[in-house]
Design a protein around this ligand. Structure first.
Ligand SMILES: O=C1C[C@@](O)(C(=O)O)C[C@@H](O)[C@@H]1O
Length: 248
């Protein structure tokens, strides 16, 4: 899948950095940082839960401003709810309303939809994204623990059947086995459905999934330029550097 000249499923995993400022001024600064560090990243994620207190029209125009300023880069739109480690507090109905508004009115490329938290509204959002040519990234996070391997496998297949083009699992590991299982589930996913999976073990002990996950089939890895949006993230330039070891 090619988005803005980036082959998402081929070669090294693509480095995603988040824009997570809470104000227009903060986000302007982040845009400058992204522009100055384009060698260290491939994709930008807008973490819109950070500016949840803006009006809808300010929200949509800020998203479009980022898309315009960074028009050469694929843009993922993410509204991360408090159920999955973010600061968003919208109800299911409000979540659906926001995401469908963004899909229909903004120039984003990929929409991150929370598979579990989205509940029964996700199929409507998935259909809306398909209608408007946006790529669906279904995600699920747990900041406390990593489910058993069989559970993760079932979850991944359900996410795939629900219309996820890219599937992301981000779980906190409690021991080294959890990290190994995360790499295993990425490999299982790759064998079953291709390089469409992103597997992240959050926290310091899971860092290797961010650096070496591509060897097992992770198609993207999340890092930071200005400030991290999850535990265990590594600076994007350091990720790019580490990935050189896997270049053919
Ligand atoms: O889902 C993810 C992954 C992430 O939680 C991480 O662990 O790097 C960071 C988030 O910004 C992003 O939406």
């Amino acid at each position: 899948m090619n988005i803005k000249n980036i082959e998402i499923y081929e070669g090294l995993p693509k480095v995603v950095v988040s824009i997570s400022g809470t104000s227009f001024a903060d986000i302007q600064k982040e845009i400058v940082q992204v522009k100055e560090n384009t060698d260290a990243l491939d994709i930008v994620e807008i973490r819109s839960d950070a500016f949840d207190n803006m009006s809808r029209s300010e929200h949509l125009s800020l998203v479009n401003e980022v898309c315009k300023e960074l028009s050469g880069l694929p843009v993922i739109y993410t509204y991360r709810t408090s159920h999955e480690g973010g600061s968003g507090s919208k109800s299911y109905a409000e979540y659906k309303d926001l995401l469908t508004d963004v899909i229909t009115k903004c120039d984003i490329d990929i929409i991150d939809i929370e598979f579990i938290t989205g509940g029964n509204v996700i199929s409507d959002i998935v259909d809306c994204a398909a209608e408007h040519g946006k790529t669906v990234l279904l995600s699920h996070h747990n900041f406390k623990e990593t489910p058993r391997l069989e559970e993760m496998q079932k979850l991944l297949y359900k996410m795939h059947s629900a219309g996820g083009e890219i599937l992301k699992l981000a779980f906190a590991p409690n021991d080294a086995d959890d990290v190994v299982n995360m790499l295993k589930i990425v490999k299982i996913g790759k064998e079953a459905i291709g390089n469409k999976v992103i597997g992240i073990s959050m926290g310091e002990s899971g860092r290797m999934t961010r650096l070496a996950g591509g060897e097992f089939g992770s198609c993207m890895t999340y890092g930071y330029i200005t400030k991290n949006t999850a535990p265990g993230q590594v600076h994007a330039a350091r990720i790019k550097d580490a990935l050189k070891a896997y270049e053919n």
